[in-house]
Design a protein around this ligand. Structure first.
Ligand SMILES: [Zn+2]
Length: 254
């Protein structure tokens, strides 16, 4: 069975084509920013209203080579997807299948091991301390899963991640990496971008050995509210980044 031909009724062809292109761009940009890892890791985007049908990258295709048409269209209720020649990475299936099934509002799910988010995740206390605009952007929407048990490739692990993500839009995975969700690819990618920057700033500030100037919760909450008024930045940023991909290899759109 070619799982890539599964029909999803909840997104029309135009929306699906746009989603495929945006997700393909996100893979290539992730690699360009230095956040990819060999041929592992995975991004997904729901195409059905209930989140159970979603796009996902093929097993072990390098992020820098992914085109819109390469993405698999999978059904979280159909385990046959794991038997086909294009079967996804078992850990991608466990993580993204479980999250999409349980959290239909998480339209896009990006998981990677970006350097600073991963360094933060490896601290005994990986709390994203509130010290600037970018850390405060995430006030009240970061979950933490500190029970690292090896590669996340079981249903139990998926359920565990669902619980840790809850209502949050970012999950710091202890001793592992980060998972970000969003309404659109642009929104999720922007949060991944800013989370990596926030983690970088925190790691650098902590590396000074000096005491941190922590923001109060009230200031951080106010800052996070301020960010919401700038939400349009995400699409503008992502559109610019996509435009830069064409000069390298326009095939990402195919
Ligand atoms: Zn991972």
């Amino acid at each position: 069975m070619n799982v890539a031909t599964t029909i999803a009724p909840d997104a029309d062809a135009g929306d699906r084509a746009t989603l495929r292109q945006d997700l393909a761009a996100a893979f290539r940009l992730c690699h360009r920013f230095g956040w990819s890892e060999s041929v592992g890791n995975h991004f997904s985007a729901a195409v059905s209203a209930d989140g159970r049908k979603f796009l996902l990258n093929r097993r072990w295709q390098h992020f820098a080579t992914i085109r819109a048409g390469d993405l698999l269209l999978l059904d979280a209720d159909d385990p046959v997807a794991m038997e086909g020649p294009d079967a996804p990475d078992p850990s991608a299936w466990a993580v993204h299948g479980a999250l999409h099934r349980a959290l239909p509002q998480a339209r896009v799910i990006l998981h990677c091991h970006s350097p600073y988010a991963t360094a933060l995740a490896c601290l005994k206390d990986p709390t994203l301390l509130l010290i600037d605009n970018n850390t405060a952007r995430f006030f009240g929407r970061v979950g933490y899963d500190l029970a690292f048990g090896g590669i996340s490739d079981t249903a139990a692990e998926g359920a565990h991640l669902v619980e840790a993500m809850g209502e949050n839009s970012v999950l710091v995975m202890g001793n592992h990496g980060v998972t970000v969700t969003g309404d659109t690819v642009a929104d999720a990618f922007e949060d991944l971008y800013f989370f990596e920057k926030a983690a970088q700033t925190l790691i650098l500030a902590r590396s000074s050995g000096e005491e941190l100037a922590l923001l109060s919760d009230a200031v951080a909450r106010n800052t996070a509210a301020g960010w919401r008024a700038y939400r349009g930045m995400a699409q503008r940023h992502f559109d610019y980044l996509k435009s830069t991909l064409d000069s390298e290899d326009p095939a990402w759109r195919d």
